[in-house]
Every structure is written in C-alpha cells, then in structure tokens.
Design a protein around this ligand. Structure first.
Ligand code: B12
Length: 172
C-alpha cells in the first residue's frame, strides 16, 4: 500500500506549499515527506490509514508502506526516500519487540542517524507501557513513543506539526 507519496521533489507552485515546510521562504519551499509504516509482525491496517490521513492533514506528503513490513524493506525505503519523519504503528501487542529491533537497524544507517523516528499504538498487551519499556524504546533510537494513552494522538500531532530534532523526544 502506498499513499500519495513519491520521492521528495521541489514543489512547483510555492502558493501550494502549505503546511510544514521548514524555514525556507516561499520560493524555496518544498513538501516534506513522512513514511508511515506497520511493523513486521502486525497485519492491522486501519491504524495506518488513520495516521496517513492525520499526517496529510498537517501538510506532509505521506508514503504509507502498509502492514507486515519486513525490517529490510522499511530500512531500504527510508534509506532511499530520506523522509523528514518516520512513523511506526503497531496494535497487535508485539510493537515493543518489533520496535526495539527495527529502530536499531534504522539507526545503524548513517543517513538516518538524525531522522526523527517515532512509534505508537498498542505496543504491548497490558495497556499503556511502563516508563521502563518506554525508556528502552527511546534509548534504542526512537525520538518519541506515543503508546496507548488518551492523549497520544494530540501529543503526536504537536510533535509532527513542528518536526523537532532528535533531542526533543520524551515520555509522551
Ligand atoms: C479490526 C481488528 C483486526 C482485524 C484487522 C483488519 C485490518 N485490515 O486492519 C484482524 C481480524 C485481521 C485482526 C487480527 C488480529 N488482531 Co486485531 N483488532 C481489530 C480491532 C477490532 C480494531 C482495530 C482497528 O482497526 N481500529 C481502528 C484504528 C483506526 O484504530 P487503532 O488500530 O486502535 O489505532 C488507534 C490507536 O491505537 C492509535 N495509534 C495506533 N498506532 C499509532 C501510532 C502513533 C504514532 C500514534 C500517535 C497513535 C497510534 O491511533 C489510532 C486512532 O486512535 C481491535 C480491537 C479494537 N476495538 O481496537 C483488535 C486488536 C487490535 N487486535 C488484537 C489482536 C490480538 C489481534 C490478533 C493477534 C488476533 C489473533 N490472535 O490472531 C491478530 C493480529 C495478527 C497480526 N499478525 O498482527 C488485539 C491487540 C491486543 C493488544 N495490543 O493489547 C486487539 C486490541 C483486540 C483485543 N482487545 O484483544 N484484528
């Protein structure tokens, strides 16, 4: 499944370059690309459609890789597309394990060392994750973890709207 995404290109009409376009002036404005993806074990898809629509509403181009994305495919797509943000989602209860494993592979690619990468959804089977598990995900390389809490989507919107650098993540 792919969204409206394609490789990032300079936007032809600055008047259309609405939304988060960084600090460039209108003449230099470019659309920014977000990769939305499920993780390898997870076959749920509506979470991904929801996130795609949310991120598109913020003005980004979205490449939605779909469900059950093998780690290597995710790494290859991120390497090739150099997105401005990577959003991983999992709801089947294995997101914590999948996330820990794949973020290490993403961070091992030098070009993705500073790319904001977040994960969210129902990452385990006990509701919201413990501080300890969220801490491990952050230590492994995520910039932010939006787990199964009531304010997760609002917090994510705030994060994605401004695309902070890596240091800004935290327990959300
Ligand atoms: C539909 C469904 C399925 C369908 C999926 C069809 C499809 N095309 O997607 C099918 C039948 C295939 C399915 C399969 C399974 N499912 Co299912 N499924 C559901 C169900 C009923 C609805 C999910 C859904 O579509 N919700 C709508 C979307 C829009 O919402 P969402 O997924 O909840 O995502 C929201 C948030 O989590 C959050 N979010 C998600 N990701 C992210 C990421 C970020 C960054 C942020 C900010 C927020 C965020 O935002 C979304 C909007 O609020 C839920 C129960 C429920 N009522 O939620 C169970 C549920 C997710 N499934 C569950 C399970 C266990 C499974 C199976 C493992 C069952 C089995 N034993 O085979 C398999 C998964 C197999 C696999 N390999 O992944 C469990 C997960 C348990 C847990 N994590 O604690 C749930 C919660 C049911 C339950 N209560 O036990 N499932």
């Amino acid at each position: 499944m792919t969204g409206s995404g394609s490789l990032p290109t300079p936007h032809p009409d600055p008047a259309d370059a609405v939304g988060p376009v960084g600090t460039a002036g209108p003449a230099e404005a470019v659309r920014r690309t977000v990769i939305v993806s499920g993780v390898a074990s997870d076959s749920h898809t509506w979470n991904l459609i929801y996130l795609q629509m949310l991120v598109e509403e913020l003005g980004y181009d979205v490449v939605n890789l779909g469900a059950c994305v093998p780690d290597d495919l995710l790494v290859r797509e991120c390497q090739a597309r150099r997105p401005d943000l990577v959003v991983l989602s999992s709801v089947n209860g294995h997101g914590y394990q999948d996330g820990l494993r794949v973020v290490e592979k993403l961070r091992a690619i030098p070009a993705l060392g500073e790319t904001p990468i977040v994960i969210g959804g129902k990452l385990g089977v006990r509701g919201a994750e413990s501080q300890e598990r969220v801490g491990r995900l952050l230590a492994a390389g995520f910039d932010a973890v939006f787990d199964d809490r009531a304010d997760a989507v609002v917090a994510f919107r705030g994060f994605a709207a401004v695309l902070p650098g890596r240091a800004v993540g935290g327990l959300l």
